[in-house]
Ligand binder design. Structure first.
Ligand SMILES: Cc1ncc(C[n+]2csc(CCOP(=O)(O)OP(=O)(O)O)c2C)c(N)n1
Ligand SMILES: [Mg+2]
Length: 373
């Protein structure tokens, strides 16, 4: 599973940590990633874009301009490295925190903004949670609020595709907290027995809201859990784009060739709060956060690019300026689009609006409710 010459702390891929790029931007080994300079630069730009966007969206929520938002800062390498290793037609079943996956999947900015604002041009007409990133045409499965409820669909979808002769893989992305759910067990077990072409990507960001991973499981690592289901678990440095990419690429190749599932534990950290609804200072120390900031996935890749003479201070400045303006324009455009009309709540539910729903719709549209619509 591991590149032969990769430096692992352990011979067991589920216990050691695969790291290719150190926090100081130096490669730990001369592993060939197979990525072109253009691909690495494009992934880096998407990581920066995701970070700027993330910070902007948290600020918008604070200003009362957007609803609840779930931040992904710190997890960009896990998210972008995963999608970078997939084929275009592979399906991703993301979790709410996966803004980086959405960006790397190529979802147009306008679609993403319309979803976050839940306006009338949002494909799901504001019915989804802002962080529910489903778009069929970009092979992104929609999310339901219960943790890990998208894992079984990811396994079933992969098996259905295989029985139709489609050589796609499915990726189920979830957090450390999700591994305590029944759905995690059922999905891993089913995938192991039926050799589903599914990659389970656990973004272990150390917390489930305020619960640290040490209270989540007594298992030595999360990757280790795969063994009990009869397949391989791999533990990677989730702040290292190259490590995530290599592990996922190998898992995808294996799944595509009938070798079954893999569990990849991306060891990472969420730099911000769980969502715009909590205060991380209540359950984490500033020292801990500062320690993780030193392992920031963006800084590490930027250092590598600069050391390789592929990037400069001036290019960074220009990129940020250009991306900030792109983000600001997309926000002001999405903010001006009106909310969906109230009657859209009743559309697309069944082929014909039933009498009782029609009655409710008429009442909502009547003068009585006019003020709140
Ligand atoms: C079944 C279920 N229980 C509880 C919740 C409330 N909840 C929302 S997010 C979350 C934490 C999940 O943590 P983790 O899986 O580590 O993902 P993270 O948010 O850290 O990325 C919880 C408990 C829920 N959505 N569904
Ligand atoms: Mg977590």
């Amino acid at each position: 599973m591991m590149p032969k010459d990769s430096p692992l702390e352990s011979d067991d891929s589920s216990l050691g940590l695969l790291q290719v790029l150190r926090p100081d931007g130096v490669l730990t080994t001369e592993v060939k990633t197979g990525l072109s300079t253009t691909e690495v630069l494009s992934a880096y730009k998407n990581m920066v874009l995701t970070r700027i966007l993330d910070e902007k969206l948290v600020a918008l929520q604070r200003q009362g301009r957007m609803g609840t938002y779930v931040s992904c800062s710190g997890q960009e390498a896990s998210q972008i490295g995963t999608v970078l290793a997939l084929n275009k037609d592979d399906w991703v079943f993301p979790m709410y925190r996966d803004v980086g996956m959405v960006v790397q999947k190529g979802v147009p900015f306008d679609s993403l903004m319309n979803r976050l604002f839940g306006n009338s041009e949002d494909e799901s007409l504001g019915r989804d949670l802002p962080n529910a990133f489903g778009w069929k045409k970009y092979q992104l499965f929609t999310l339901a609020a219960p943790i890990a409820s998208h894992l079984q669909p990811a396994v079933g979808f992969g098996m259905a595709a295989r029985s139709r002769g489609d050589r796609i893989v499915t990726v189920a992305s979830f957090g450390d907290g999700a591994t305590s759910s029944g759905e995690f067990h059922v999905s891993m077990n089913f995938a192991g027995v039926y050799k589903a072409p599914t990659i389970f990507v656990c973004e272990n960001n150390q917390y489930a809201i305020s619960v640290p991973v040490s209270r989540q499981t007594a298992s030595e690592t999360i990757a280790l859990k795969a063994k009990a289901y009869g397949f391989e678990g791999v533990r990677v440095d989730g702040n290292d784009l190259f490590a995530v990419y290599l592990a996922t690429r190998e898992a995808a190749e294996k799944a595509r060739n009938g070798g079954g599932p893999t569990l990849i534990e991306c060891v990472t950290y969420r730099l911000g709060a769980h969502s715009t609804s909590d205060d991380w200072k209540k359950y984490r120390s500033t020292d801990e956060v500062e320690e993780w900031k030193k392992k920031d996935p963006l800084i590490r890749l930027r250092l590598y690019l600069e050391k390789s003479s592929l990037w400069s201070e001036a290019q960074e400045r220009d990129l940020r300026k250009q991306q900030e303006s792109q983000i600001n324009q997309a926000i002001s455009k999405a903010e001006k689009i009106p909310l969906p009309k109230i009657e859209t709540m009743f559309a697309d539910v069944s082929s014909k609006i039933s009498d009782n729903l029609k009655e409710e719709m008429d009442e909502l549209l009547s003068e009585k409710w006019a003020k709140i619509t």
